[in-house]
Design a protein around this ligand. Structure first.
Ligand code: GLC
Length: 574
């Protein structure tokens, strides 16, 4: 199933040696290859995984790193430049100083396609300013179980809303013109959000993960989606139809399985459904190490995945083994040269649509644009737009400006906890990980001296007095994570945080609880202790936007993008 080839692509394909074709379908992690080797082996793509950052980590060092790889590739025999890919999933989130936008679940709550398109455009500008022109975004999954550690990356549970917002994100990233500015990547095809709890397995590389993370996690992520064709087509396919219609240039295959069959080796899905039925003419990229999970026999794994329809392989480390295995497969007749040519032609077709084959150096934004005031203002607006008012007894919100307000909780003044996963490091982390404006900054701006911020996590009663703080705001949070690290059977607040809410409730007149989380959490007695509860999700580096809706500078307009497990009926659902 080969899309029509341009004369330029045909010319290159005809000129390429077998090894150059194999290099072109090879994607390598930046830590596992030098620019010289990129040229030597005619590598097609290099990536930064989560946390794959230069040291020091600045927009300028990123630009220098990527420029080195691109310049080296332009110096190869045929001068085909690499595509540099990175997970710019809520802004260019690996880079210190970049604008970090709310994660997709908050944008799904906001439900505003124009806002999503603007955010994607700003993300594309900041990504391209560091030389990278491929964002592994948007995630277009439709999550079915909030215990999944990737729920926060999704726009929500309504396939129509997911389709609408995915198309907007792709348009924003790839740009208004006919060419492709920053390549978008709809992921992960298909039904990654439909897996069953307890079915993850077969990932040979997981053992090193258990050593690193104590065996927690990976219970549903990369598991088995046990669904029928009707469910597949009605729930999980619509976002991909919308993505293909929006002209998405790449699609990433899912680690997961469909009814016991690994998607990476599923020809019916990757070729017959995606390429033939939907008419997808771009490139299908594998996920990180994912082909290794298909079979303990690497030769078999490579052949099955490429034959199924994978075009570009995110190896990501041992590119020598991968390249020699593909050559052996072609020479043995296990892999047809026509399939290799089709994969190369798809990759070159995308590069041509990006203006990478016309020999002209790319014209990219200046790294100074990364984290600019305009983008941060957009992120602040988005933070408020995504916040859902789950309950508001006695009209405590919007906050009065004529009485003191006490603010406490670890997340009240912590950029890392407001950004969540996929921020600077793969799983994110608490602390001042990147510049930004917190909820505390925003409330201080609005309330001035009326803000009594204890800032403590373990508040002692001496700091609290209802006469001095008639209103209390407690920020509770879910510790950040990424992917299967976040698979938890019970998603509930830590006891110490519930104890904090209980203590503050005893000492203030009215209480507001703000939840920073990647997904709905069981709040238990907090529902009764709080006069108002706000779902802020992971609002990003400009969480001051949450203060804007708390004080009424902006209205609450968001609705729940998926069910909140123990919320009293609040009418806040979308
Ligand atoms: C990860 C994720 C995928 C990401 C890729 C590169 O494992 O599954 O979403 O784009 O690897 O970091």
């Amino acid at each position: 199933m080969s899309p029509p080839m341009s004369a330029r692509v045909e010319q290159l394909l005809t000129a390429m040696t077998l090894d150059e074709k194999i290099g072109q379908i090879t994607q390598v992690d930046r830590s596992a290859i030098s620019p010289e080797q990129v040229a030597q082996f005619a590598i097609g793509s290099v990536l930064s995984g989560g946390g794959g950052n230069p040291e020091p980590n600045t927009p300028h060092t990123w630009r220098a790193m990527v420029d080195d790889f691109v310049a080296a590739s332009r110096g190869s025999r045929l001068g085909i430049p690499i595509l540099y890919g990175t997970d710019a999933v809520h802004g260019h989130n690996n880079v210190v100083g970049a604008t970090i936008f709310p994660h997709n679940l908050a944008l799904g709550a906001a439900g505003d396609a124009d806002l999503v398109a603007r955010i994607a455009r700003a993300t594309a500008i900041e990504t391209a300013a560091t030389g990278a022109r491929w964002a592994f975004a948007p995630m277009v999954a439709v999550p079915q179980d909030h215990r999944w550690g990737r729920t926060f990356e999704c726009f929500g549970q309504d396939p129509r809303r997911v389709a609408r917002l995915s198309a907007a994100s792709i348009a924003g990233l790839q740009g208004p013109g006919s060419g492709i500015d920053v390549l978008a990547c709809a992921k992960h095809f298909i039904a990654d959000g439909a897996t069953t709890w307890g079915t993850t397995g077969g990932a040979q590389w997981v053992p090193w993960w258990e050593r690193a993370y104590g065996g927690e996690g990976w219970q549903i992520d990369q598991g088995d989606a046990r669904i029928d064709e009707t469910t597949l087509r009605s729930v999980h396919l619509p976002p991909y139809r919308a993505a293909v219609d929006a002209g998405v240039g790449s699609i990433m295959a899912s680690y997961s399985s469909l009814n016991g069959h690994k998607v990476h080796a599923h020809r019916g899905l990757l070729t017959d459904l995606l390429k033939r039925e939907l008419g997808f003419a771009g490139l299908v990229v594998s996920d990180y190490h994912a082909i290794d999970q298909v079979s303990p026999d690497y030769h078999e794994a490579v052949v099955r995945c490429l034959d199924a329809g994978i075009d570009l392989v995110m190896v990501p480390f041992d590119h020598h083994r991968f390249r020699t295995t593909v050559r052996a497969a072609i020479e043995a007749g296990d892999l047809d040269i026509d399939r290799l040519d089709d994969a190369v032609a798809r990759i070159l077709g995308v590069k041509q649509a990006m203006g990478l084959l016309d020999g002209e150096p790319e014209v990219l934004p200046d790294p100074e644009v990364v984290g600019c005031a305009e983008h941060r203002a957009l992120a602040r607006r988005a933070a408020g737009a995504g916040a859902v008012l789950l309950s508001n007894r006695s009209g405590v919100l919007p906050l009065r400006s004529d009485v003191p307000v006490l603010l406490t909780g670890e997340g009240a003044d912590d950029v890392g906890l407001a950004c969540g996963g996929w921020t600077i490091e793969w799983g994110g982390s608490a602390g001042p990980v990147t510049p930004g404006s917190t909820l505390a900054d925003g409330l201080a701006e609005h309330l001035g001296s009326r803000l009594v911020a204890t800032g403590a996590t373990a508040v002692d009663s001496s700091g609290l007095d209802a006469q001095h703080a008639p209103i209390g705001v407690v920020v509770v949070h879910e510790p950040p994570y990424a992917e299967g690290m976040g698979d938890h059977e019970v998603v509930a607040l830590e006891p110490a945080q519930v104890a904090l809410v209980r203590t503050v409730a005893e000492h203030v007149g009215q209480l507001v609880v703000v939840v920073l989380s990647g997904r709905p959490m069981q709040l238990g007695e907090v529902w009764q202790l709080a006069d108002a509860v706000v779902a802020a999700w992971w609002p990003g580096s400009e969480a001051a936007g949450i203060a804007d809706v708390l004080v009424g500078a902006r209205p609450f307009t968001a609705t729940l993008p998926l069910a909140w497990p123990d919320a009293p009926s609040t009418g806040a659902t979308g």
